[in-house]
Design a protein around this ligand. Structure first.
Ligand code: HSE
Length: 297
């Protein structure tokens, strides 16, 4: 039997569209029992709507990996404990893909390195900003190169707390990407390049006072505000309540604020208050950054 624990992730962090991300101490767990009739059992708070048959994303990813390495598909029973809310911008599909790859690789005797698994995960997910932190932990930068995605860990165990506000709205990444223009102006590109640079400096030097400016973005958050009532106000409320900075988590609808522990309660209340005024029900978590990435436990 093997068990894999995979962290939730938050991508973009403001200006780092499709390249910056971090791992959070909120996990899905996959248990694989070998030589058992095929079965998928779902537990955990977020199992509704997740298929328990061969169309399941974790299972499809495992079979894809075994096909790739010409490994005979074993008969296994799978149990998933899902604590990462799906379709909320917290990397639930990346967790499924990364968890499936790590489990399938382990069962096959670990022929692939983490770097090689990242390349497969990126090809399946389509963008690397969640899969890199899900595999490596910490705060990561994913660089598209001719040879594949180059992962860089900017900070492995930053002493930052993440307040995540999860609205009761489902938003598929494809929809949230579909509303973005395919071209951006040079001015906006320069804005995001400069801000992503500042954000990377803030993480590497642990100069968190730079996060307020560093987490600003013009490429996707304003555009996505039409899908998430109160989005920009919530970011402002988080900063007013003491957050270093705040941003949309991935393609949303979850919001992420980075802070010191003493402000986390105030920040959560202020952000929830904005959503309440917009008639959006939401829940909050205060989480530490995960420094391990996906682990066999
Ligand atoms: N970076 C993606 C987006 C989401 O904002 O559409 C996470 O991969």
């Amino acid at each position: 039997m093997i068990r894999v624990k995979i962290p939730a992730t938050s991508a973009n962090l403001g200006p780092g569209f499709d390249c910056l991300g971090l791992a959070l101490q909120l996990y899905n767990t996959i248990t694989v029992e070998t030589d058992r009739p095929f079965q998928i059992s779902l537990t955990g708070s977020y199992s509704d709507g997740i298929p328990a048959d061969e169309s399941n994303l974790v299972w499809r990813t495992m079979c894809h990996f075994w096909d790739l390495i010409h490994y005979p598909i074993p008969t296994v029973a799978l149990t998933f404990e899902n604590l990462i809310p799906p379709a909320r911008g917290l990397g639930s599909s990346s967790a499924a893909i990364v968890g499936g790859l790590v489990a399938a690789n382990t069962l096959a005797g670990s022929p692939y390195t983490k770097y090689e698994l990242l390349q497969i995960a990126n090809s399946l997910e389509g963008h690397p900003d969640n899969v890199t932190p899900a595999l490596y932990g910490g705060i990561t930068l994913s660089i598209p190169t001719e040879g594949g995605v180059l992962p860089r860990i900017l900070a492995q165990s930053p002493k930052l707390r993440a307040v995540v506000i999860i609205p009761d709205l489902l938003l598929k990444t494809e929809k949230a990407r579909g509303i973005l223009p395919s071209q951006v102006s040079r001015r906006d590109a320069v804005f995001n390049i400069a801000h992503a640079g500042l954000l990377i400096e803030a993480f590497i030097r642990a100069e968190y006072s730079f996060l307020k400016e560093g987490m600003r973005d013009v490429l996707h958050q304003n555009q996505r505000a039409v899908l998430i009532p109160g989005l920009l106000e919530t970011i402002e409320a988080a900063v007013q309540a003491g957050a270093y900075g705040a941003a949309l988590s991935g393609s949303g609808p979850t919001l992420l604020a980075l802070t010191e522990p003493e402000f986390e309660q105030n920040i959560a209340l202020s952000m929830l208050d904005v959503f309440k005024r917009h008639d959006v029900h939401a829940q909050s978590y205060a989480l530490a950054i995960d420094s391990e990435g996906a682990q066999i436990i």
